[in-house]
Ligand binder design. Structure first.
Ligand SMILES: *[C@@H]1O[C@H](CO)[C@@H](O)[C@H](O)[C@H]1NC(C)=O
Ligand SMILES: *[C@@H]1O[C@H](CO)[C@@H](O)[C@H](O)[C@H]1NC(C)=O
Ligand SMILES: *[C@@H]1O[C@H](CO)[C@@H](O)[C@H](O)[C@H]1NC(C)=O
Length: 415
């Protein structure tokens, strides 16, 4: 009992230490990055940056940023700016010590699932005369941006450096033509059952209207509908089915990074008038779990992230308490009879299952390499095999050990 409390306390202290930096705050004293900072917030890349343990932000001054922002929609700007967030630590000194003078670094764009080959990586090359060039890692791309100066560093968690021009990967500025066809995307992502229900109930239209302003969809996979214990949806009234489907969407643009930093319960499209129909978010390392009060479901992958629309797949149906909750509530009879909790809920990451393969236990959950599929390569794979990996991991290990020992000291003190 006491040991369990100690463990839980230690784990909660560890998770408190994950949001060590706030990019909005770091850039706010610098008027020259006002536009860049504003676009990080509008695209919600700020949440992604803040939730990362080791990042380098390649900042653009107002002139460079306006050249990029002038003629593109927000979804394109988001893709382009995602290429300016390196999932590794580079300050001025490290840029000038690149082994063999050239390397590539993975970026946030790599984690979107839209980046085949080298499209999501950046080439950093130490040019003659102390100049460091940046360009897309796609072979043959020009190195037409260069390192200007350090803006802010917090080794080895975040470094902000200024570069002269936007890094443009081939094709990254091409906006998808036409409006997004949500049903088609869901079909392709293995969510045919969900897509068919949206069509047959007319909720598809509701989603399409919402998507023009802001919409996030959590689409259960076809497997989720076949799982044991899923309530018999044919027993629901039409209004209940509509509420259930609308419960799988938010009237906001909430990409993965924003979800990861969400603390308060979030409203869904089903939230209005009677019943609250909200969701809570639990984060463990790179894994995000949605909790309904009846069960929980892991956010499995990103289907699209194009502001103001975001679509994720989830492992299980989200069953709102208002329809499937506690026995005394006027829930539909058959649904209550097949109490969904045990079969539908995805096991929440517990201390016992929290993976910690990078360091010897107890490693902090945020160092977990078990990223969700949407998150692409994990921290440990992100650093390529060059000596950069060693440079980054050694301080990271020290930091992890320090965090652990600090937490243990506090736990012992409190006990
Ligand atoms: C980061 O800083 C900005 C500006 O100070 C603030 O509005 C925002 O809430 C902060 N974000 C987090 C996650 O603390
Ligand atoms: C980076 O780009 C330069 C110039 O195109 C190229 O010579 C170099 O091999 C590239 N570096 C890597 C690591 O791909
Ligand atoms: C969207 O895609 C579906 C399935 O591919 C198709 O049946 C439907 O007509 C499309 N809707 C629009 C508005 O293009």
């Amino acid at each position: 009992m006491g040991a369990m409390h100690l463990l839980l306390l230690t784990l909660s202290l560890l998770s408190l230490s994950t949001n060590a930096h706030n990019i909005t705050e770091i850039l706010s004293p610098f008027p020259e990055y006002k536009l860049f900072n504003s676009y990080l917030s509008q695209t919600k890349l700020d949440g992604e940056i803040n939730s990362r343990e080791t990042v380098t932000v390649l900042a653009l001054n107002n002139a460079a940023m306006s050249s990029l922002a002038a003629k593109h929609p927000l979804s394109v700007i988001k893709n382009a700016l995602s290429l300016h967030v390196l999932l590794d630590y580079y300050d001025g000194a490290k840029l000038h010590q690149i082994s063999d003078g050239t390397t590539t670094s993975t970026t946030l764009y790599q984690t979107t699932g839209n980046a085949p080959g080298n499209l999501g990586s950046v080439n950093i090359t130490d040019l003659k005369g102390g100049k460091v060039g940046f360009g897309s890692a796609v072979p043959g791309s020009p190195l037409d941006s260069s390192y200007t100066k350090e803006v802010k560093k917090m080794p080895y968690s975040i470094s902000v450096i200024e570069i002269s021009n936007p890094i443009i990967a081939p094709g990254i500025l091409t906006a998808p033509t036409g409006s997004a066809n949500i049903t088609a995307m869901l079909d392709k992502a293995g969510c045919k059952t969900f897509a068919a229900l949206l069509g047959s109930t007319g909720v598809e239209k509701v989603f399409e209207t919402a998507a023009a302003k802001a919409l996030t969809v959590f689409a259960p996979s076809d497997e989720a509908f076949k799982a044991a214990g899923v309530p018999d949806l044919s027993k629901l009234t039409n209004a209940e089915l509509v509420a259930l489907l609308q419960y799988h969407a938010l009237p906001s643009y909430s990409p993965f990074g924003s979800l990861k930093t969400t603390k308060d319960p979030i409203s869904t499209l089903a939230t209005n008038g009677a019943g609250k129909f909200d969701l809570t978010v639990a984060t463990s390392g790179d894994e995000v779990t949605l909790k309904t009060g009846v069960g929980s479901s892991r956010v499995a992958s990103t289907v699209t992230d194009a502001p103001p629309l975001c679509i994720f797949t989830v492992d299980s149906l989200l069953l709102p308490e208002e329809l499937f909750g506690k026995a005394p509530s006027p829930a539909p009879g058959p649904a209550t009879a097949t109490s969904p909790a045990p079969a539908v809920s995805t096991p929440t990451p517990s201390p016992a299952t929290a993976p910690s393969p990078v360091f010897s236990p107890p490693a902090p959950p945020m160092e977990s390499p078990e990223g969700s599929p949407s998150e692409g390569p994990s921290q440990s794979e992100e650093s390529k095999s060059d000596k950069a990996a060693a440079d980054v991991n050694t301080p990271a290990l020290c930091k992890a050990l320090l965090t652990v020992s600090a937490s243990v000291v506090v736990s012992v003190f409190l006990a």
